[in-house]
Design a protein around this ligand. Structure first.
Ligand code: HEC
Ligand code: HEC
Length: 364
């Protein structure tokens, strides 16, 4: 008997980074506050899976998929043998462990990709920005959460398998994934990987992390957003002189119609618009109103307004009130803010109308 290298360094790095990214993403899934870290971990996980698919072809002996290609039946047979203590020891992945590896990689891929689609639809952010509307992003989120729960169950099954196997064969499998070494027959072959790749993997992770956090810190991460909302010159001119021009997505169509009908009594001002101008302005506002659900804000504002209500203020819609309830009274009276309707004071993308999470700043 001798001790040889079984789990090569790139494989071990992959394993622990993959485990950490999944655990971290799970823990940061619930709150908007951690959304940026959550999405970072998701992209990291996808990158790691991409690496693993390559390493499964060209990696060390025990990392190659061809060294542990067992069918589900072999996996079940092995499980049965392991329960009764008759299972033979495998130097690399055993048939049950191999099922866990393939399932975890497959689920990880689905969880990661669905996450990119959720982010693209719900936040109009990330690699899939602009590909889906808010409502579809929200629907995909259900699947994303279900897949992630399945993956968590599988992780627990995997941990139970490792514990059982370590106990049955009296060897510390977790330690072998730290130093990579296992006791083997004299004629067993060591892994002999290309360690250069391990260094490349670490460098890629470090570069990606540095870029991500640098980028998130700049311009509120606005460079990575989806398609721009339609703009209209007349709208910006007529409605942007006293306050910023509110994007039509912030109120339902009937609200814009009502505001135009009473434009000569506009919150104490007379807008002095003629009939032609009103028609042109409505031709822009109505097809881009909140009902279209082009952004998360539009979708949520529209769903918060009762069907029989016609709010004339965005700041009186239930969604707006709910979202701004926790802002301190002192923040509203700051000289940089002054009015609730001064959206650009806190939303860097107010002119664009997108109201991204990443673009919110209460001044001071
Ligand atoms: C002459 C100045 C003036 C012009 C031009 C003007 N508004 Fe206003 N608007 C006001 C004032 C004043 C308020 C009230 C602001 C406040 O309460 O802080 C207001 C408020 C609003 C609000 C409600 C904001 C809230 O509290 O949610 C909307 C919506 C609005 N305007 C839409 C428009 C549109 C659409 C146009 C172009 C057709 C327009 N305004 C042009 C002066 C103007
Ligand atoms: C004093 C600063 C301030 C002003 C002014 C302000 N907001 Fe906000 N807004 C915030 C903050 C902070 C949040 C985040 C609240 C949270 O997530 O709990 C927010 C959240 C939102 C959201 C939800 C974004 C999301 O995806 O969670 C929307 C939509 C929004 N604001 C629209 C508006 C509009 C429209 C106006 C102007 C009529 C406005 N806000 C004025 C500070 C402000």
């Amino acid at each position: 008997m001798k001790t040889i290298l079984v789990w090569d360094l790139p494989l071990r790095l992959f394993h622990w980074l993959f485990a950490a990214s999944f655990a971290g993403a799970w823990l940061t899934a619930e709150s908007d506050e951690w959304l940026s870290l959550h999405t970072f971990l998701g992209y990291l996980m996808l990158g790691l899976i991409g690496f693993r698919l390559v390493w499964g072809r060209v990696g060390g002996r025990y990392a190659r998929f061809s060294s542990f290609l067992y069918g589900p039946r072999a996996g079940l047979d092995y499980l049965r043998q392991a329960m009764t203590g008759r299972a033979v020891r495998h130097l690399g992945h055993n048939p049950a462990g191999s099922q866990a590896v393939f399932l975890l990689l497959g689920l990880g891929l689905l969880v990661g990709l669905s996450g990119v689609f959720v982010q693209g639809g719900e936040e109009q952010h990330g690699a899939a920005a602009g590909m889906f509307g808010y409502a579809l992003g929200k629907a995909i989120k259900e699947g994303h959460e279900l897949l992630a729960s399945l993956m968590l169950l599988l992780v627990f099954a995997h941990l139970a398998g490792v514990a059982l196997e370590s106990w049955r064969h009296r060897e510390n499998l977790t330690r072998a994934l730290v130093d990579g070494r296992k006791v083997a027959e004299d004629d067993a072959q060591a892994a002999r990987p290309n360690s250069f790749v391990a260094v490349l993997l670490l460098l890629a992770v470090a570069t990606f992390s540095a870029w991500w956090f640098q980028y998130r810190g700049s311009e509120g991460g606005l460079a990575f957003v989806g398609k721009k909302l339609p703009q209209n010159a007349l709208w910006n001119e007529e409605c942007g002189s006293c306050h910023q021009a509110f994007h039509p997505g912030l109120l339902p169509a009937r609200s814009w119609q009502s505001l135009m009908a009473r434009q000569s009594h506009h919150f104490g001002d007379d807008l002095g618009l003629d009939g032609a101008a009103v028609t042109q302005l409505l031709a822009f506002a109505v097809p881009n109103a909140a009902e279209q659900g082009a952004t998360e804000a539009a979708w949520k504002i529209n769903h918060s307004v009762p069907a029989n209500a016609t709010p004339l203020r965005i700041t009186e819609t239930p969604y707006w009130i709910r979202k701004h309830r926790e802002i301190a009274a002192a923040d509203w009276t700051k000289p940089q803010v002054k009015s609730k309707a001064n959206c650009p004071a806190c939303h860097l993308d107010a002119e664009a109308g997108t109201y991204e999470d990443a673009a919110m700043r209460v001044p001071g």
